[in-house]
Design a protein around this ligand. Structure first.
Ligand code: TNX
Length: 703
């Protein structure tokens, strides 16, 4: 054996990963790369000095740590410059380190005598402080040695502030909590069809017009603003001063705020503000539907000048190396139909609309590169030819990342549905969002090193990101609920080495993470307390959906103030099944129903929604037995519900006596898709009640 090999082996054996049991005895998320437990503990007291070398970056980190301890543990430590080698101190020390120079790495040594957090970078020091804060849940901090560094350099979270607006205060709190997960990229989705939220000085109408919309539906249309005598507008935007403050706040927590300015699609709001940017030239209001609009930017030079002007202001605000330009879901119909766009395509010599999107994106990339930045876009930017230096954010599964990495490009993994936090987090909960459940375990089990990739291609995976889209996430409380604790799972996937990824271990550490959220005042999802079941009554979330084409947990559009109902509905096929209903003692069926605006841009798919012929003008709720093709056993007229924007209890309808268990199928008849009728609850009314003509036992509803 040569000397070199000996050394190599020796180096390996000192770095040998300790047995899993050693890491499990501390409760840190994300799990550190290497932990060695030692005997004894450091006793933390309020009098324990927190030290850093005068004038070093340790100062900022030390005061961050002290503040955190005060806020969350009520311990009043004091940070000061001084001797970082003194006994019974906590020291934050920036030191040149040999060996691995991973930018965000750190060491944390706890002995009964002292605590030393050291790193060769301020970032690493910061993460060491975060780990120490997690360990300092009690006064006895176990003696140990941690050597830690992230697996990926991109550990992101997307916040969609376009579909719904969140306050700067909320965003700062989110940044705070992200930092405590060692997440380091906030992907800020600032523009979309439904809003433009970033102040651009040169184009004031982007926010004067583009940041405001009339929400969908009759309840909002009837909500007249006394000041304007028009329907009240929903919206808001971020001033450049606010953005600068947010970016600085993030930077102090080692988070890069990466803006996304969508193009060439998802652009209805800017086109509403400046119709000359669009293809049709027609003026229209900022729309309030979800889904995919056909509106695209045109490809005139003046439009590129506009985008470059916007980017100039964006670059001045955001130091982020990467600028996200969207690129997703740009349906090409308008470009295809426009003689002007087609003429421009011939001039440019591009063969089809995909190639035109590629031209569009490459032109923007050149501009960004010339200004020292890198471009990133959703995986559609691969279509028609990828811009030469672009990084791909893979959302339609991981195929985009595989293709990008194969072509030598970097990629971030952010696949739907696994890393899409707009999906419901728990089966037992009914927040508005996408219907299919993505549990914390689903997120945790996401593999960022897919077998489809060769070793060389894996090197192009720069990281992972979870996305909170907010079509159905109207409030800040709900945003937190959707993000946490699933963000803890993505944080560990992005940070911890593969040999530390262990669901059982993570699940065992989760209760401590939830305790941290409580200490921080951060909302999170957890299984609700068991609610008393009203016999025979089920909410839409407790029924089976007949299909899951576009399954949504959809919030009612009314009432405008106060609590609203939430319905689980497949908007492509509103149809529910009450499985194995025991009808032996049932004399009648009652239901509560809602109607919501059909505000979904789904293109020609709208023709696929089945419409069943109504018997009366208002339509009916029909109940069939033994499946949806079975005999109709009850018909509940919708007329009483047409007058209410919110939920209406329909009177029970008697059914013929039956025995045994049957699947009951609930479908509406209606002449048009809008409004969308939805089931809130169904109730099987006992024979005694039904015969007495009584209404069903009063039900608490699911609001
Ligand atoms: C698809 S993800 C989108 C978003 C939606 C999201 C959830 C991506 C690049 N585009 O515009 O918000 O689904 O509905």
């Amino acid at each position: 054996m040569t000397l070199a090999v000996c050394c190599l082996l020796a180096a390996c054996s000192t770095k040998e990963t300790p047995p899993a049991a050693a890491t499990q005895s501390i409760s840190v998320i994300p799990a550190p790369a290497q932990v060695v437990m030692n005997p004894g503990a450091f006793e933390l007291k309020a009098a324990t000095p927190v030290r850093y070398a005068a004038g070093s970056p340790g100062e900022q980190v030390a005061s961050y740590f002290v503040d955190l301890m005060q806020r969350t543990r009520g311990v009043a430590l004091t940070a000061a410059a001084g001797d970082t080698d003194a006994p019974q101190t906590i020291a934050f020390v920036l030191q040149a380190r040999e060996g691995s120079q991973v930018e965000e790495g750190y060491s944390l040594h706890v002995s009964p005598e002292r605590i030393l957090v050291s790193s060769h970078s301020p970032r690493g020091l910061f993460y060491g402080a975060v780990t120490l804060w997690q360990l300092a849940a009690s006064e006895r901090i176990p003696a140990l040695e941690i050597e830690d560094a992230p697996r990926f350099r991109w550990r992101g979270l997307l916040l969609d502030s376009a579909r719904h607006y969140q306050s700067p205060q909320f965003i700062e709190r989110l940044l705070d909590t992200m930092a405590l997960h060692k997440l380091n990229v906030l992907h800020w989705h600032l523009t979309d069809d439904q809003a433009w939220r970033l102040e651009i000085k040169k184009y004031p109408k982007l926010t004067e017009v583009g940041a405001w919309r009339v929400p969908a539906g009759p309840a909002a249309a009837a909500d007249i603003d006394p000041a304007t005598k028009r329907p009240r507008l929903y919206g808001g935007f971020y001033t450049q001063d606010q953005v600068r403050a947010i970016v600085a706040y993030a930077a102090a927590r080692n988070i890069t705020v990466m803006p996304e300015i969508e193009m060439p699609g998802h652009a209805s709001a800017p086109i509403a503000a400046y119709p000359q940017l669009g293809v049709t030239g027609k003026a229209s209001a900022v729309p309030a539907d979800w889904g995919v609009y056909r509106n695209l930017y045109n490809v005139d030079d003046s439009t590129f000048s506009f985008l470059e002007d916007v980017l100039d202001e964006v670059l001045a605000l955001f130091p982020s190396e990467y600028i996200h330009v969207g690129g997703d879901e740009a349906v090409k119909d308008q470009w295809h139909a426009s003689p002007r766009v087609q003429a421009r395509m011939r001039e440019l010599g591009v063969k089809d609309e995909h190639a035109l999107q590629s031209y569009f994106v490459q032109r923007i990339e050149k501009y960004l590169n010339a200004h020292g930045r890198r471009m990133i876009g959703w995986d559609e930017i691969l279509e028609g030819g990828l811009a030469p230096n672009a990084t791909v954010m893979s959302w339609r599964g991981i195929g985009g990342a595989v293709a990008a990495a194969g072509a030598g490009h970097d990629a971030v993994l952010s696949p739907a549905p696994t890393l899409y936090l707009d999906n419901r987090p728990l089966n037992t909960a009914r927040p508005p969002g996408r219907g299919p459940v993505v549990s914390i375990e689903d997120v945790y089990r996401f593999d960022p090193a897919p077998a489809e990739l060769t070793e060389a291609q894996r090197a192009h995976i720069v990281g992972v990101q979870a996305n909170l889209w907010t079509e159905h996430v109207r409030t800040e409380d709900r945003a937190e609920y959707m993000i946490f604790p699933r963000a803890a799972a993505i944080a560990e996937v992005g940070w911890s080495p593969p040999e530390r990824i262990d669901w059982q271990s993570f699940a065992a550490r989760l209760p401590d993470q939830l305790a941290r959220y409580r200490a921080l005042g951060v909302g999170f999802a957890q299984a609700p307390e068991a609610v008393a079941v009203v016999p025979g009554r089920r909410t839409s979330h407790e029924l089976a959906s007949c299909s899951e084409k576009i399954l949504l947990s959809l919030e009612d559009d009314a009432p405008l103030q106060g609590e609203r109902a939430v319905f689980l509905v497949d908007i492509m096929n509103p149809c529910w099944i009450y499985r194995a209903a025991d009808l032996s003692e049932v004399g009648a069926i009652a239901a509560s129903v809602g109607q919501v605006p059909f505000n979904f841009q789904i293109g020609d798919d709208i023709k696929k929604i089945p419409l069943r012929k109504p018997q009366t003008a208002a339509g009916e709720l029909e109940v069939r037995i033994d499946g949806c093709e079975g005999e109709k056993i009850a018909t509940l007229p919708l007329a009483p519900a047409t007058k209410s924007y919110a939920v209406t209890e329909l009177a029970p309808v008697a059914i013929a006596k039956r025995t045994g268990q049957h699947d009951l199928c609930f479908m509406f008849t209606q002449a048009a898709v809008d409004p969308l009728w939805v089931l809130d609850t169904v109730q099987l009314v006992g024979l005694a009640d039904a015969e007495g003509g009584a209404h069903p036992a009063t039900v608490g509803n699911n609001r």
